[in-house]
Design a protein around this ligand. Structure first.
Ligand code: EPZ
Length: 414
């Protein structure tokens, strides 16, 4: 079914086990190309973007197979750096194949990566950093070509702590001769998980102070087995759904401390939270209050990926809220759809002004991208009447089965 059906307003009660992390799994799948052996990724999410990445890896010579939620990647017979346009153009993560392919084969060619339309998504920081390591990168605006006959370590300072560029540099530097110092690196948990995966394969990576990484290149890498952590953005999405709809839920699996910024906002909104080693208990049974001003930012700031799901909760909170988006310049596409449900949100520049206190009405809406689509499901759970969210394929890019998860919390969702 290409739509998500939500039966209407219902408080959420129950427990859900959070799926593996999309944004940890994708760079780790790319990093598996550096290993001339087998990588077993346990708890890998079965989502569209992971499937696209599997097809790219298979196309370039890897053997890829699923055993339940365990994904086995054998990159021993990797044979080309020429990536298939059909899948590359579907997701932004394709760009992070550049680092490992330059490291393993010395060449990579790909169409400009696709991905969610949430604003400009240049790759200048990626290319500048790869050139520092000795790669020759050409970009004619349609096809990206890069070659490196042996990369050499460098000291690199990113102009912005780009998550993808940090991941690309780490993977390229693992194969470069010498020790690379990467400054102003992104600090998102996915960076930590990528480094943990590479260390489990024999790489030498350590932190230098708060914002620099030292990557010791040229160490031999071997087969390994690694558990993908639970998805902090899926956890945060369901936390926002519980804020909006009310109730009490247990979100099992999230690594402690990975959603502190959202949890602080949720407390300001009147929620009660208890974080254990097993997961997060969220309770919102009283009034939902406006948190005032919220700004997205690089980690440990409030994540841009939870901006749209939080908008759904702000729409029904008492009092006006302002949500300022500082990472992407086109990430308010969900506002038009939320306003069809009665949210009356106004966008000026990079800020959304949410009057709050609205009773949302169920209706037909359309997902325009991944996190906005999930936000519309959360809105449907606190709306009077039925909601149908079209373009479900956007949501399926990052959520294994959002309807299954919402049903386990007592919602009528199909
Ligand atoms: C990653 O995207 C995530 N995707 C995004 O999640 C997330 O929103 C983003 O990081 C920020 O946290 C994956 O991990 C697969 P960036 P990425 O490079 O790496 C600018 C989701 O919903 N920039 O940190 O593409 C860029 O335009 C997705 O799961 C440059 O200017 O994000 C943006 O304004 C959406 N030049 C900012 O940096 C560059 O070369 C942050 O981008 C690279 C980035």
């Amino acid at each position: 079914m290409e739509s998500v059906y939500i039966g209407g307003k219902t408080p959420l009660y129950g427990e859900v086990t959070i799926q593996g992390s999309k944004n940890a799994a994708l760079p780790i799948m790319a990093a598996a190309l550096l290993i001339p052996g087998i990588s077993v990724l346990k708890n890998c999410p079965r989502i569209a973007d992971v499937e696209y990445m599997c097809r790219i890896l298979t196309h370039i010579g890897c053997r890829v197979c699923w055993r339940g939620n365990n994904l086995e990647i054998d990159a021993s017979c990797l044979n080309t750096g020429h990536l298939p346009e059909e899948y590359v153009t579907r997701m932004r993560s394709s760009v992070m194949l550049m680092g490992p392919l330059l490291g393993r084969l010395g060449e990579v060619e790909l169409s400009h990566p696709g991905g969610c339309v949430i604003g400009d998504r240049p790759i200048d920081i990626h290319l500048k950093a790869l050139r520092c390591l000795g790669a020759c990168c050409e970009d004619d605006g349609i096809v990206l070509r890069a070659r490196a006959l042996g990369m050499c370590a460098a000291t690199i300072a990113l102009d912005f702590p780009s998550v993808g560029a940090t991941e690309n540099v780490i993977m390229a530097a693992v194969a470069a001769e010498g020790t690379t110092c990467l400054k102003n690196a992104a600090a998102e948990p996915e960076i930590k998980w990528l480094c943990a995966f590479l260390r489990s394969a024999g790489a030498g990576i350590r932190k230098e102070g708060d914002e620099a990484l030292l990557i010791e290149g040229g160490r031999p890498l071997h087969s390994c087995c690694f558990e993908i952590p639970a998805d902090r953005i899926v956890t945060g999405t369901y936390l926002c759904a519980c804020l909006a709809a009310g109730g009490k839920v247990f979100l099992a699996g999230q690594p402690k401390g990975e959603n502190d910024a959202l949890q602080e906002i949720a407390l300001r909104m009147g929620a009660r939270l208890r974080e254990t080693d097993k997961g997060l208990i969220v309770e919102r049974t009283g009034k939902l209050l406006s948190p005032g001003l919220v700004e997205t930012g690089s980690y440990p700031g409030f994540p841009t990926d939870l901006q749209s799901p939080l908008l759904a909760a702000l729409s029904v909170a008492r009092g006006e809220s302002v949500l300022r988006e500082t990472i992407f310049n086109g990430r308010f596409r969900v506002v038009e759809e939320l306003n069809r449900m009665g949210a009356e949100i106004r966008v000026r520049g990079n800020a959304a002004y949410v009057p709050g206190g609205r009773s949302l009405k169920g209706t037909g809406v359309s997902a325009q991208e991944l996190r906005g689509g999930a936000a519309l499901v959360a809105a449907g759970l606190c709306a009077e009447g039925e909601t149908l969210v079209a373009n479900r394929h956007y949501i399926d890019r990052g959520y294994e089965d959002i309807c299954r998860d919402m049903r386990s919390l007592g919602a009528e969702c199909w």
